[in-house]
Write a new protein. Structure first.
Length: 320
């Protein structure tokens, strides 16, 4: 069997049929589909079982709700194929995507194939092309490459099963979010041969940001800080902290920025004793922004809020 497709499922009855239909209708037929129902409380589990009865390539695993990382690890434990990929259960893919990716993998004898992403907003689609520079390991310390979904998502990538096994790569069950970045960073660190497939798309559904709850925000911040800590420990173990510390610094900075959005000025003090150091590792913007970032985090309160608004305005102008 050529390809295993792992799909963690949790309360997505509205979107799940479109997702699974896009996978079973692939022009590449030599696939297995692993649906992991992570304790859904809607009809998602029933939908999974219905698809499995209709298509012998589908296997369903039901478990209590333990998060996407746990569900993906169940998938990894049960794959039977040469190649592995992941699909989020509210997304979908081009009908010829996997056939093209597998063909490119065999032609180039690579360890990973990366495709483009279509960000599907409610009223428009934004197409993001994977740059050729992504195949270079030096992109691992380039923030412009790391920030977007092209780098961190597992869903726009085909990865050799043997590569997972050789380097003992698993998701960390403690990460409620940012688990993709943790996995992809480690895979990239071990320098796989990468091939790029442009103009074929993984369709990523963008949800309404206004629906994010305070609980979700706290989970996101906690996961960012944990992911930064895991990356720092991993780099320390492999004696590469200085070379790639910009990644953990970037994660910590964004966690701090999120805390300011929530007005939780005291939380970062509990976690970020090296807060100022990590700001200076965040290099995408001009020097004057770094000064604003420094004062924003140092003083907080009303002054912090004022400087944050100014920072965001200048940041948006710099990115135009």
């Amino acid at each position: 069997m050529k390809l295993s497709i792992i799909i963690p499922v949790y309360n997505v009855e509205k979107y799940l049929p479109k997702c699974v239909d896009s996978v079973i209708n692939q022009t590449l037929k030599d696939i297995e589909i692993i649906l992991v129902n992570d304790g859904s409380t809607d009809n998602s589990g029933v939908i999974c079982d219905e698809y499995a009865r209709k298509d012998s390539r589908i296997r369903v695993h039901h478990n209590n709700n333990k998060g996407a990382s746990f569900a993906r690890n169940i998938g990894l434990n049960n794959v039977r194929s040469e190649w592995i990929t992941f699909v989020d259960s509210d997304d979908w893919i081009d009908s010829t995507l996997y056939e093209k990716m597998i063909e490119l993998a065999y032609i180039t004898h690579c360890d990973m194939v990366v495709c483009d992403i279509a960000m599907e907003h409610h009223k428009h689609t934004k197409y993001i092309q994977c740059p050729k520079e992504y195949a270079d390991k030096t992109s691992l310390s380039n923030l412009r490459m790391i920030e977007g979904p092209i780098f961190s998502s597992t869903c726009n990538k085909l990865i050799k099963n043997d590569f997972f096994k050789k380097h003992e790569i698993w998701f960390d069950n403690r990460l409620g979010m940012w688990d993709d970045l943790w996995i992809i960073f480690r895979i990239r660190f071990f320098n796989p041969k990468i091939s790029i497939l442009n103009n074929s798309y993984y369709h990523y559904r963008m949800t309404d940001s206004t629906s994010i709850t305070k609980s979700d925000s706290s989970k996101r911040i906690t996961s960012q800080l944990l992911c930064a800590s895991l990356i720092t420990s991993f780099l320390s173990e492999h004696k590469a902290v200085y070379q790639y510390s910009v990644v953990s610094g970037w994660l910590k900075f964004h966690a701090i920025e999120s805390l300011f959005d929530e007005g939780c000025y005291s939380i970062w003090k509990q976690h970020l004793s090296d807060k100022h150091y990590n700001i200076w590792l965040y290099r995408p913007y001009y020097g004057r922004l770094r000064v604003i970032q420094y004062f924003m985090i140092t003083y907080g309160g009303f002054l912090g809020e004022t400087l944050l608004r100014l920072y965001k305005k200048i940041k948006s102008l710099c990115l135009r």
